[in-house]
Design a protein around this ligand. Structure first.
Ligand SMILES: [Fe+2]
Length: 155
């Protein structure tokens, strides 16, 4: 069996592994929440929010792949299993059934606020151990902060 070796070891590797796994879970669940809201949305502002939720899904999916592949490149196995995501997600879960547009905007804004804070913590944590991972996390944080702004602007 192949062993993947990378540039990190010891505490640095553990710190980076924790940051990447946390980011992966945030991004996977963000994509799931955004799709659930995209489908079940209802209300007078349906159309722009429906479309914006798909933008959010797309960026979460793009970043999750980059994050997971960075983990593998440093010799850490990403865990994107549904059971792992369900157990470890910090995202507020949506109710079942119809989701009223105003409430969706408020919920997604709150949720992005949390994701943003955690991404910024990960950016700080990876500064010393691995600037390459930090660079990826900065790109994620940039897009999350932009979405956070755009959802806030609609409320
Ligand atoms: Fe769709």
């Amino acid at each position: 069996m192949a062993t993947i070796t990378g540039p990190l070891s010891g505490d640095a590797k553990n710190t980076v592994a924790e940051a990447l796994q946390g980011a992966l879970v945030d991004l996977i669940d963000l994509s799931l929440v955004a799709k659930q809201a995209h489908w079940n949305l209802i209300g007078p502002h349906f159309r722009p929010i429906h479309l914006q939720l798909d933008e959010l899904t797309d960026l979460a999916r793009t970043h999750m792949d980059a994050i997971a592949e960075r983990a593998v490149a440093v010799g850490v196995n990403p865990d994107g299993r549904s059971t792992t995501v369900a157990k470890s997600t910090k995202l507020q879960q949506l109710e079942s059934g119809w989701l009223e547009d105003g409430k969706v905007v408020a919920t997604i804004t709150d949720l992005l606020d949390g994701v943003s804070k955690r991404m910024h913590e990960r950016v700080r944590a990876t500064d010393e151990p691995d600037p390459v991972t930090q660079d990826l996390l900065i790109a994620v944080a940039q897009d999350i902060d932009k979405q956070h702004w755009m959802f806030q602007a609609q409320s």
